[in-house]
Design a binder for this molecule. Structure first.
Ligand SMILES: *Cc1c(COP(=O)(O)O)cnc(C)c1O
Length: 427
């Protein structure tokens, strides 16, 4: 029933995640609720280690910033790809070593640069302009900044336009033709130590060929840099490997990715006589399928379609609204029952676009049923908001049937946190 998702099973019509009954867990802890399988998380990381034994893997923290998830990733030997000084702090707290943290970003302030220099993490520099800003800040701080250059390789990943990041027209990276010159400039700048190249072409990519094309382009640029006298110690090819959200739309594995890019990478390194460290930055393919989001049915409304109104909307899981994403839905307390009706699953938010799942064949539904929205571990909680006065939900980790809360749910006080009515308005 669940294909490769070995951490999910159905027994007596109930959905189980790593041996835990999801319906009773929802009853016990309340909904909405994010539930993560620890074993699945570790397995996903190990699949990358097996496919790329010599590469460093940096977990993309924006996909899932849960401290416990990051702790497990650190235990499994991952570093972190971070995009803000806040994410640097979280990654360090989780135990990721500073040498394996790369600070990316196309819009870093002087304060961000200073924090990264103090934290001693490497940075990916996104423009010639940022290079000059960073050099000044590093000189003033009396530090040397080890940097990679974020390259815009101009590759089309065939994914949703909002998550294609390596197109010529995207805001990310230095245009390929400017890289070698910028690298030479960096070698002359006090306070700057360029060590390599970096790209990230997009997310939820289901075809290996864009990765192969990006690898080729990166190696072409590496050649220019080497010919201009630059040393390339690191090549970071980013993340972006897709996962199987839809039962009919399988995704390549880390092993497939390795089979596509490693021969190109290795051969081109041999030709150039260089031995750079390869880095990958997977986010989604590490966490997405580890986690389900449980949500309770409040109302089943027969209107021009059958609406199932649940207690989680795009405030809890934004992907369907943002990217028209498909997430598979299972009824956690009717998992083995036959599909009887077509339902559209909507959330509690006051917007027409608040649709979690369109036109799904499901067993007959009623108030109190619990739906499990699958593959919610990446860009799920990390994009949750308090829109419409909705506190954010709890996160739970399950290991061998035992559930532990890793982030408690917010209550109304979280909505008020930090707010203050000026005293003159209280008179
Ligand atoms: C978002 C991001 C990633 C992770 O992408 P996934 O599609 O989740 O694997 C990696 N690197 C950078 C620079 C990113 O912005």
């Amino acid at each position: 029933m669940f294909g490769p998702k070995s951490h999910l099973a159905a027994r007596n019509d109930h959905l189980f995640l790593e041996g835990r009954d999801c319906f009773f867990l929802a009853r016990q802890l309340g909904t909405p609720l994010y539930v993560t399988s620890e074993s699945r998380l570790r397995e996903n990381i190990r699949a990358y280690h097996r496919a790329f034994p010599e590469a460093d893997k940096y977990f993309a923290v924006k996909a899932n910033g849960n401290l416990t998830v990051l702790r497990i990733a650190a235990q499994e030997g991952m570093g972190a790809d971070v995009f803000s000084s806040g994410e640097i702090a979280i990654a360090r707290l989780a135990g990721m070593p500073r040498e394996r943290i790369l600070y990316n970003g196309n819009s870093k302030s002087e304060r961000d640069h200073r924090m990264a220099l103090e934290a001693g993490v490497r940075m990916s520099v996104d423009s010639r302009e940022e290079l000059e800003h960073l050099a000044k800040t590093a000189q003033a701080a009396g530090k040397d900044a080890e940097i990679l250059f974020r390259v815009n390789p101009d590759v089309s990943p065939g994914t949703h336009p909002k998550i294609a990041t390596g197109l010529r027209t995207s805001k990310f990276g230095i245009p390929a033709e400017q890289v070698s010159e910028t690298y030479s400039r960096a070698m002359d700048l006090a306070g700057i130590k360029p060590v390599g190249l970096h790209c990230h072409i997009g997310s939820q990519i289901l075809d290996i060929s864009p990765f192969v094309e990006a690898t080729r382009k990166m190696m072409d640029i590496a050649k220019d840099v080497v010919n201009a006298g630059g040393a390339i110690k690191t090549i970071d090819l980013g993340g972006g490997l897709g996962i199987q959200y839809h039962p009919d739309n399988p995704a390549p594995t880390p092993a497939d990715l390795a089979e596509g890019i490693l021969p190109v990478f290795q051969e081109r390194c041999r030709e150039l006589g260089i031995k750079p460290k390869l880095i990958l930055e997977p986010g989604r393919s590490i966490v997405a399928d580890t986690t389900i989001m449980l949500t309770s049915v409040n109302v089943v409304k027969r209107a021009h379609v059958n609406f199932v109104a649940v207690d989680a909307g795009f405030n809890v899981l934004a992907r369907p609204m943002l990217y028209d994403s498909y997430h598979h839905v299972i009824v956690a307390n009717k998992a083995g029952k036959d599909a009887k009706e077509t339902y559209t699953v909507v959330g509690p938010i006051c917007e027409t676009g608040d649709i979690l799942a369109k036109e799904r064949r499901l067993p007959l539904l009623e108030r109190g049923d619990v739906l499990a929205v699958l593959d919610a571990g990446a860009y799920g909680f990390s994009m949750a908001s308090q829109y419409n006065g909705q506190p954010r939900p709890a996160e739970v980790l399950v290991f061998a049937g035992e559930a532990e809360v890793t982030r408690r749910s917010e209550d109304t006080s979280a909505l008020l946190a930090g707010q203050n009515i000026p005293a003159r308005l209280l008179r």
